[in-house]
Design a protein around this ligand. Structure first.
Ligand SMILES: [Zn+2]
Length: 249
């Protein structure tokens, strides 16, 4: 069942932590002397789809779990500054979750105008609250570039990797260690679990089905936008005059 990537399975995984583990978000570690014997952190890196992030935010909240959602400022797939995204971010925050920055080092290397500090400031200003946590996008592809900053908590720092069991659904797949954990009755004392919302849905499906669904929804969206743009043009006064002139000839 762990390979069906359904919300039902997702909930089953979360339920593993709910007896006897303290639920923490990353910014909780800013508090001095945080020293829980047993805890879990649920992390969501948002690479593609904010709507799916909200769905997971709602499921987490239905189990009284607070998670940390890491958002990209320069995603080619979503724009944090449009109204739809703004509403989703506010809904996620209203469900008591934390928002962090999902940084892409490619931007820092190729585009001088971007750097981590600027992105933190922009994201903080957008969500009207302090952003304290960061996670790197695609460390498996780009190689882990651990940006250290005294005021920021990095999800890949030793603090969250060395003494904490780390599990992830990266590429819509389970590493052996993760699958062993999922199929075992034993829950380690300290856990960070990374879920990417793109891979999860109400019905069964693998990474390719999820990607197809995502792309098809985008296609539908852009076909509709094409219609809206054309409608906008048709109502433009200048275009009406232009067409009248052309048709006269
Ligand atoms: Zn990512």
């Amino acid at each position: 069942m762990y390979n069906d990537f359904t919300y039902k399975t997702y909930k089953k995984i979360l339920l593993k932590f709910l007896s006897g583990h303290k639920n923490l978000t990353f910014s909780d570690f800013k508090r001095p002397k945080i020293n829980y014997e047993r805890f879990f952190i649920i992390r969501h890196d948002i690479d593609y789809c904010l709507e799916k992030a909200l769905k997971m935010a709602e499921i987490d909240n239905s189990l009284s779990i607070r998670s940390t959602f890491f958002l990209q400022l320069s995603s080619p797939y979503y724009n944090l500054f449009d109204d739809k995204s703004y509403n989703i971010i506010n809904k996620i925050l209203s469900l008591k979750h934390e928002i962090g920055l999902h940084y892409d080092v490619n931007n820092y290397e190729t585009r001088n105008k971007y750097n981590l500090k600027k992105e933190i400031n922009i994201l903080s200003s957008l969500i009207s609250r302090k952003v304290s946590s960061i996670s790197m996008h695609n460390p498996g592809i780009n190689g882990l570039k651990l940006i250290k900053h005294q005021n920021l908590i990095n999800a890949y720092s030793n603090m969250f990797k060395k003494n904490i069991n780390y599990y992830s659904d990266s590429a819509g797949s389970w590493r052996n260690s993760t699958y062993d954990f999922l199929t075992s009755e034993i829950v380690p004392k300290k856990v960070q679990f990374l879920f990417h919302p793109i891979f999860w849905d109400s019905s069964k499906g693998d990474r390719y089905i999820r990607l197809d669904n995502f792309i098809n929804a985008k296609k539908k969206y852009w076909v509709n936008e094409k219609f809206n743009i054309e409608k906008l043009w048709l109502n433009h006064k200048g275009l009406k005059e232009h067409m009248k002139r052309i048709n006269k000839k």
